[in-house]
Design a protein around this ligand. Sequence first.
Ligand SMILES: Nc1ncnc2c1ncn2[C@@H]1O[C@H](COP(=O)(O)OP(=O)(O)OP(=O)(O)O)[C@@H](O)[C@H]1O
Ligand SMILES: O=P(O)(O)OC[C@H]1O[C@H](OP(=O)(O)OP(=O)(O)O)[C@H](O)[C@@H]1O
Length: 297
Amino acid sequence: MDFVKDLDNRLLFAVPKKGRLYEQCMQLLQGSDIHFNRRSRQDIALSTNLPVALIFLPAADIPKYVAEGNVDLGITGQDMVEENEVTEKITQLMSLGFGQCRLCVQVPVKGEHQTLESLCGKRIVTSFDAFARKVFEPLDAKYGKKTTINYVSGSVEAACALGLADGIIDLVESGETMRAAGLHDIHTLMTTESVLISNKNTHHQDLISKLTSRIRGVITASKYVLCTYNVERQHLDLAVKITPGRQGPTISSLVSHEGWVSVSSMIEKKRTGEIMDALTDVGATDILVMGFTNCRV
Ligand SMILES: Nc1ncnc2c1ncn2[C@@H]1O[C@H](COP(=O)(O)OP(=O)(O)OP(=O)(O)O)[C@@H](O)[C@H]1O
Ligand SMILES: O=P(O)(O)OC[C@H]1O[C@H](OP(=O)(O)OP(=O)(O)O)[C@H](O)[C@@H]1O
């Protein structure tokens, strides 16, 4: 296939080729009806139903490609955007609600250096060397010291045990990797999650709006469920307070039961149990909760 020719006029959409964000990105693309066939080991896949080409890249490189206009749209971590120092050069379209973790300075639990000041002038190992410089350069200037910052691309937590570092800067989600390495965090530099970003001068604004709206629909659908129930009209006010909906509930009369209405409302998925209990308490019956895979609300 002549990819260069086939890429002409397509929106180039960079997604992580592996790692922590990969699976959820693939689910997001599927939910957004962006169809493609990716052949084994190929890093470019043409969409079969939209003028889009998916470019599979390391998450760490995506912010630069987007900022420089090599691709139009991308999914990566907010941490990667800041590490690449391109926050001002890209448009951040939306947070995607996965890949949530913290970027932390970590040291051995029983180590000699337990504060940033104490680490100043010592050795730091990290994949986030720009962040590390931002933290330690001001301290170096203040204390007249020179902190050594060494870049590694992965398994950062091993550095202290190997005697290569006095502290590290890396991501923490559950904290399992950190604890397994005998480390604890002494300072959080940022909290992060995955983000959808675009190039500021892309010629594909209309298509980006369309894709953004599809992706927002999938994310919203994952957070909400549709709740329907019947309730006596005299208790409707109480019930509506429990399920106000995003823009007010839909209410229709129940022809077969005089004085009763049927209510349908979106509710937050994580509050389902609590809401069903409260509806039962105000006399609602036939309470049904249904998930949906996509929406435009
Ligand atoms: N443990 C985690 N929990 C949640 N999100 C994470 C976690 N680790 C990384 N991320 C997010 O995923 C992004 C990519 O990290 P990941 O470790 O997958 O990178 P990678 O180096 O491309 O992959 P790999 O580790 O497979 O080489 C990070 O920038 C961060 O935003
Ligand atoms: O707090 P936790 O839930 O244990 O997650 C944190 C770990 O996840 C990431 O690494 P990943 O497993 O993606 O591999 P890597 O070290 O090769 O980047 C990150 O770099 C930490 O090592």
